[in-house]
Design a protein around this ligand. Structure first.
Ligand code: MG
Length: 162
């Protein structure tokens, strides 16, 4: 019998000098600086997608969706996540739960956490209670503390499809 699989994903994106919003977990959050990226810069969905691929021991999103490939150059990260979800199903697994921690000094994530969870649950065909999104600052320490960028950790547990 197949066993459960755990996966971890981590991603960082730097803030640009200016902008009007950041895309985080498929939700556009107003902010005075955007995140630098080839794609929509959704650092949360990148970390989550990498966690899912990690649980499958199936590489990472840079390998499956290279930004050097025009097909993925300006990709919607929700579409990447949905593609990864298909790989999870095809491998014979289903999401048990995901726990995501956003490290950011700004913008404030808390007011948007529910919408982010709903968006992820929709794309992974999961229940809201399977998706946790929480946020912390780093007390002014390091690149996150200096508000130079946002970092995200994601942990997922997959269970075999019955
Ligand atoms: Mg990324």
């Amino acid at each position: 019998m197949a066993s459960m699989r755990i996966g971890h994903g981590f991603d960082v994106h730097a803030f640009d000098e200016s902008g009007d919003s950041v895309m985080l977990g498929g939700v556009q959050i107003p902010h005075d600086r955007r995140l630098i990226a080839h794609s929509d810069g959704d650092v949360l969905l990148h970390a989550l997608s990498d966690a899912l691929l990690g649980a499958l021991a199936d590489g990472d999103i840079g390998q499956h969706f290279p930004d050097t490939d025009p097909a993925w150059a300006d990709a919607d990260s929700r579409e990447l996540l949905r593609q990864v979800a298909i790989r999870v199903t095809e491998a014979g697994y289903a999401l048990a739960n995901a726990d995501i921690t956003v490290l950011a000094e700004t913008p404030k994530i808390g007011p948007h956490a529910l919408r982010i969870r709903q968006t992820i649950a929709t794309d992974l065909r999961a229940e809201l209670g399977q998706i946790s999104v929480k946020a912390t600052t780093t007390e002014g320490l390091g690149f996150v503390g200096r508000a130079e960028g946002i970092a995200v950790h994601a942990v997922v547990l997959l269970e075999p499809l019955s």
